[in-house]
Design a protein around this ligand. Sequence first.
Ligand SMILES: [Zn+2]
Length: 509
Amino acid sequence: MTLAMNSSQRLVLCLALVACASCEPGSSSERPNVVLVVVDTLRADHMSLHGYERPTTPRLDAFAAESAVVFEQARSAAPWTKPSVASIFTGLDSRQHRVLRHIDSLHSSFRTLAQTFGENGWQTHGIQSNPYLMSVFGFEKGFIDYKDELASQVEGGTIARYNFSTGERINELAFDWVDRRTGDAPFFLYVHHYEPHHMYLAEEPAFMPAADALPEPARRELLASLKMDELMGGKAEGTPEDVAYLAARYDSEVLLQDRLIGELLDGLRSRGLLENSVVVITADHGEEFLEHGDFSHQNYKLFDELLHVPLLISAPGIEPTRREDGVGLVDLGKTLLGLCGLESAPFPGDSFASAVRGTAPDDSDKGVVAYGMLPEVGGLSRSAQATESLVMGRWKLIRNVRAKTSMLFDLEADPGEEHDLAEQEPEKVLQLEQQLAGYLDSRGGIGPPLAPESPELLRRRAAAERELENELKDLGYLGEDEDSELVPLEPDPAEADSLELISSETDGE
Ligand SMILES: [Zn+2]
């Protein structure tokens, strides 16, 4: 192709540049709506979008082909809900926002994505369906309106017993809010769906192994009724038939979720809102099917069945494509601000907006880090579970912080992370360990100690947690030994020491 232009072509180009430079900063194309859909517990490799053998995501497959950038290598910042969503909301890593345990809340001092959009004129609204993300735990900050739509509050029963789709209700509430808006300000809408999360409730699962490969009916009934704490922590054993049965039920939930997202997109399209919106579809974490010894989602494990999540982004003017560069959801907030002309808004993170726009090469990789849970109690005795991981191109390092041991996996040759190469590749291990050790400093460090929250907020949180206690237990989120940890306390000095210890160990090694 030649770049030579005649004079009239040059004139057209100049006019185009002048026209672009004079774009109103407030014009709708530069201030698009943002629709952020987070699906709870959706692992990328169980989606036909990412090549899965079952057609679990036909609507998302079509959406991707028509209008979205699909990131093939997107990862969450944590393997369970609370820290993962906290990272999306704040642009901070788990050790910075310090939402690391079931009892932790998002501290009121942190700037949030909704707050940043709100300060710049966006109307902000959130609708979510996970007890961990309730407004009282700090996740509402910056939303004009943040709705906790838990199934228990809809039908008076618990989520574990519900037999209807809360996703339909979530969509209904999203449309209600969109239709009730007044004025022509753009909006930021966060929608958190819950369908693929255990328990896998579809009464007539769309997918099922062949009859001769199924567990006996009584065994199937037992498996379908297990709660999370019965599945977690290596408590549940499973034959290959058990695993295939549970995975089929999960896949059926993924298909249901796909339909519900399709309906959300249809509703936005019919209202004329899809063309001028940045639409993001992602997940907070994945799900385990005994790949590494457990079911459900162990909050200290950092294998890809838990961290590798879908990420689709459509935005005005971008072309549908698929990208191979690794990105982390911790940087999603900064990216969304960038796509809305708010590059310079004060918000942490490393924007990959240029990747969404297709102006960055897709083979660059800055490394994506995740952190596992800290011990449930303040002392150090249980911190053997403190874990961290780094994905850098084809390589993944998973490190046990207390034991000071690392595993190394080649994700291209071994996507199931079955063959630890740490002994064969000591130089690669050292290189990734050093990069991981410097990661937090490169993002501003852990930050100063957090001031105690107001007594009034702590009182409300304690009341909400007492109210939730039975429900969380019923769901199997909490084992019997965790009761005493439910009452939120003043910041625990032992926990702060634990964080500092882990930090200094990480930095010093
Ligand atoms: Zn979750």
